[in-house]
Design a protein around this ligand. Structure first.
Ligand code: MG
Length: 329
């Protein structure tokens, strides 16, 4: 089995050969193929610009791999600002001993996901370091925000409704299961969220806020939104979708789905009177078919989150403290 060696990162012949054989083959496009020192892009108007680094282990998991994840993660962050994702760069840090066939598979998965998301990979870099055959990928992306679109965590108002696009905890539970050798059917929800965003915008919904529910989980993200908008948010525990399998897994492990990371779920805040229509549009997409209205913005000038429990009580939903599971994304 061919392995990555320090020579692949030397800037010499074997590095160039590897570039052509793997990155050149899968990422081929007009801008990248010019092989200049930097990509030259024509962009007009407001842009969203985001970066994220992916260190997940295992690198291949049920429902995805680090290649799919590193495209979804950055593309979704651009989408959450109402942007149309356009261009990505990617930086690879390869550890010596990495299986070349595995790298090829991951890069192929990146290319397929980028194609699906409608983004072009326009620049990249590779470094090789000593290590144990792993890899890390950074992706940075640019999206164009269409005129008139104003989406921000600070836009929420009293009476707004919160829509969660699907079940909580799938990605987190999947990675944790793999790491602990627990056999189950839990799959990562890793997905590009563009179909949901497009359905909402094409349907004429005035979206106030969108956030993908990643590291820190729903609890942490809603606290960030409550703080940005200076509002109080109340959730209805009963309406929060969690699959039976993830719910069972969380019960055994003592985990709370409210603080588990996803890679293909989002929270959408819309004016109360538009909530039913928005829900219908989200549910019309494959990615959002299990969506539900899970809460309401109830008060202004009070940045906090509570939840009405199944038994009718009320609990404070705080941010995640301390260590979540490391290397889930
Ligand atoms: Mg995000």
């Amino acid at each position: 089995m061919e392995k990555i060696t320090m020579a692949h990162g030397s800037g010499g012949k074997s590095g160039a050969e590897l570039m052509a054989r793997i990155f050149g083959k899968h990422f081929k496009n007009e801008i990248l193929d010019k092989m200049e020192d930097a990509a030259v892009l024509e962009i007009n108007g407001r842009i969203a610009f985001s970066t994220d680094t992916f260190v997940v282990t295992p690198t291949i998991f049920e429902g995805g791999d680090i290649g799919k994840l590193c495209i979804c993660g950055t593309v979704n962050d651009l989408l959450m600002m109402g942007a149309v994702p356009k261009y990505l760069t990617c930086g690879f840090v390869l550890e010596e001993g990495l299986d070349v066939e595995l790298l090829d598979k991951i890069v192929e998965s990146m290319a397929a996901t980028a194609k699906k998301a409608g983004v072009t990979i326009v620049a990249g870099d590779t470094k090789v370091v000593e290590g144990h055959g792993g890899l890390f990928i950074n992706t940075t992306g640019i999206g164009i925000i269409p005129e008139g679109r104003d989406i921000s965590a600070s836009n929420c108002k009293t009476g707004d409704k919160l829509i969660l696009s699907g079940t909580l905890g799938d990605h987190h539970a999947c990675i944790l299961s793999a790491r602990m050798n627990v056999e189950n059917n839990i799959k990562s929800d890793c997905a590009v969220l563009a179909p949901i965003c497009n359905a909402l915008f094409d349907g004429g919904i005035e979206v106030r806020t969108m956030r993908d529910v990643t590291r820190g989980g729903l609890g942490t993200i809603l606290n960030e939104i409550a703080r940005s908008s200076s509002v109080h948010i109340n959730l209805e525990e009963e309406s929060i979708p969690v699959s039976d399998e993830v719910s069972g897994f969380c019960g055994i492990m003592g985990l709370d789905p409210l603080y588990m990371g996803n890679e293909g779920k989002m929270i959408i805040v819309v004016p109360g009177e538009k909530a039913e229509k928005a829900l219908e549009l989200v549910r019309g997409t494959e990615e959002g078919k299990n969506a539900a209205i899970i809460g309401t913005v109830t008060e202004e000038k009070k940045a906090s989150v509570t939840m009405t429990t199944r038994l009718g009580g009320s609990r404070i939903v705080d941010v995640l403290y301390g260590e979540g599971l490391p290397r889930i994304c």
